[in-house]
Write a protein that binds this ligand. Structure first.
Ligand code: HEC
Length: 110
């Protein structure tokens, strides 16, 4: 299942800064929970300039900026798997949906 695959990749590549449950750490903002993925970048953010209206907006930011030391270093399918995991963790209904550029564009976050 895509979200389960994504959870494993998240653990290996992202959790060190975003927290084991996506709660955020001093090294990176929350990606799970009520403060996660806000429409506008937080005032202290340097990298993000775009709004997160849809899941595709998140993907566009992540694939070009994450992980910060080596942006774009994951396989494209790995990024979609992580997004599937992250949406599910945030209670977005993704059951039975394969997350890719087409489906992500239709998932409204704000
Ligand atoms: C070395 C620490 C680090 C790692 C590893 C890392 N991130 Fe980040 N991440 C950050 C920081 C710092 C920001 C805030 C960037 C900015 O200034 O806009 C961020 C921002 C984000 C955001 C946007 C959050 C928001 O509210 O704007 C997402 C989504 C995200 N990261 C996902 C990931 C994913 C997925 C991975 C793994 C592939 C990952 N990150 C790996 C540090 C990290």
């Amino acid at each position: 299942m895509q979200a389960a695959r994504g959870a494993k990749i998240y653990d290996a590549q992202c959790a060190i800064c975003h927290g084991a449950s996506g709660q955020g750490t001093r090294e990176g903002p929350a990606v799970v929970g009520k403060d996660a993925l806000p429409l506008d970048p937080r005032p202290n953010q340097k990298l993000r300039k775009n709004q997160f209206k849809t899941a595709l907006d998140v993907a566009q930011f992540v694939t070009t900026n994450m992980p910060p030391k080596n942006p774009g270093s994951l396989k494209e399918s790995d990024y979609w798997d992580i997004l599937s995991f992250d949406l599910k963790a945030n209670g977005v209904a993704v059951a039975g949906k394969h997350i890719d550029a087409t489906s992500a564009a239709d998932i409204k976050l704000h």
